[in-house]
Design a protein around this ligand. Sequence first.
Ligand code: KIV
Ligand code: ZN
Length: 503
Amino acid sequence: MIEEISKKDRIFVFDTSLRDGEQVRGCQLNTIEKIQIAKSLENLGVDVIESGFPVSSPGDFNSVVEISKSVTCATVCALTRAVKNDIDIAVEALKYAKNKRIHTGIGTSSYHIKYKFNSTQNEIIERAVASVKYAKKYIEDIEFYCEDAGRTDNFYLATIVEAVIKAGATVVNIPDTTGYCLPEEYGMKIKFLVENVKGIHNAILSTHCHNDLGMATANTVSGIANGARQIEVTINGIGERAGNTSLEEVVMIIKSHKELNKKTNINTKHIYPISRMISNLMNMPVQANKAIVGRNAFAHSSGIHQDGVLKNRENYEIIDPKDVGIDDNIIALTARSGRAALKYRLNVLGIELSQEKLNSIYENFLKLADRKKDISDADILMLAGKDQESHRVAIEYLQVTSGIGILPVASIFLNIDGKKIAAAASGNGPVDAAIKAVKQIIHKQMAIQEFLIQAINKGSDDVCKVHMQVKHCDVYYYGFASNTDIVAASVEAFINAINKFIK
Ligand code: KIV
Ligand code: ZN
C-alpha cells in the first residue's frame, strides 16, 4: 500500500531553465518566448520559476518584469549577487509578481573566498547576512545560495547557513556548482546541515546540482533522501557546460519509486510537450537516448525486447509513455492527413497556433508530405518555426550547380524590405558559393565562426538542421534552419543570423 505522503515529504520544484538554462551560448530567448515558457512551466505545476538575473542586462530585466505580469500562481524568482544594487534592481523587476522571491548569494568555498573575492570566511558571512537582511526589507521570501557549496567545508557551510537563516532566509540553496560531488557525499552534506544547523526547521534546504560528471540527477535524489525539500532543475537538463539536473528525470524517479515517499506537484503529462517546446525555441536538440524525453527513450529495437513488450509492456518498460505526455498511438502524418491531425501533433509538440497560422503551415505541410513520405516531429517543428519568422531579409530563389569536375556556382535572389536583389558567385563547394553570393548583396562585416550540420533521423530523404554562429562587429549571432536540402538549410541559417543584426 502506498503510504500517505506527509506535508514534510512534498518536494518543491524550482525551475531555472530561464536563468541557469538560458546561459548556454546560442540558446538565448527573447521576452515573448520566455513568457510562453514561463506559462507552460506554471501549467506543468512547478512551484518556483527563476526568471532571470535582472542586473545582468536590460533584456533580462524586462523579461523578469513581463514574466512577473503573466504568471499567476507560481512564485517568480530573480537572481542577484550579494550586492545592494543587484537586489534593488531585482526588487524593481519583480514589482508585478503575485508571489515573488529574491535569490541572492555568494561563493563560500575556499577557492571562491580566496581567488574570487580575495576575502576571509568571516567577511563572507557578514556580506551574506547583510544581503539577506537588505533583501528582506522589500520581499518576504528570500533564498540564499552558497555558491560552490559542493566544495565548501561542511563546518563552515553550517555556520553560514545558520547565519543566513537567522537573518531571515526562507530557503537555503546548496549548489554543487562544479558538478564535483559524489552522490553519497552530497547527501551527507545535506544531512550534516539538517543535523547541525540551529534553526534549520525555519528554512527549506534546496539542491542545485550541475552535471559535469554526469551525477546531477543522482546527487539531487541523494539530497532529497537526506532532507532537502526543494530541487533546482531545468527542462531537458539544459544549462552551462554539461547542464543542470533535469526536471523530468527527478520527477519521474520520485513518481516511480514510491518507497522514497516523496511527492511533487508536477502534472507529468505535460513533460514531453514542454521538453519539445524548449528544445525548439532554444534550437537545442535533445540527445536521442536522453532519459524520459529522448527520441529513443521508449523505442524498443531489439527483437527480444519487442517481443517482450508486445507480450506485456511492463516486461521492458518502467514508465508508461502516456504518463509523460507521449502518445504512442501517434497518428502518422501523410499527404492525406487533415488540419486536425496536424493541429493535434503541433499541440503534442507544445505549439499552439491561431487558425490562420495553422492554415498557412498546412499548405507547407502538404508540399513537404508530397516530397517526403515519413513526416517526423522535427519536420513539423521546422514547418512551424518557418511560419513564425518575419524578417527583413528573405530568400526568394536559390539555385546551385555542383558536382564532380565542375566549379560550384550559386545564383540567389534576396528580398530585402520588399526590394529584390540578385547575385551569383562561385566557391570551393555549393555552400561556399551560395554564402559568397549572399555576401555580394549584403555588404556587412560578418564572418562565420561555427557551422554545424546535423541529420535528424535517417535516410536520404531526411531533414538536416544547421546551426551557424556569425560574428558581426565583435558580437556573435546565431542562425538556425532546417530543410531537406543541405545547401538551402545552410543559406537559410546564415540569413537567419543576419536578420538578428539588421533588424
Ligand atoms: O550553480 C550555481 O552555483 C548557481 C548559483 C548562482 C545558484 O547557479
Ligand atoms: Zn547553477
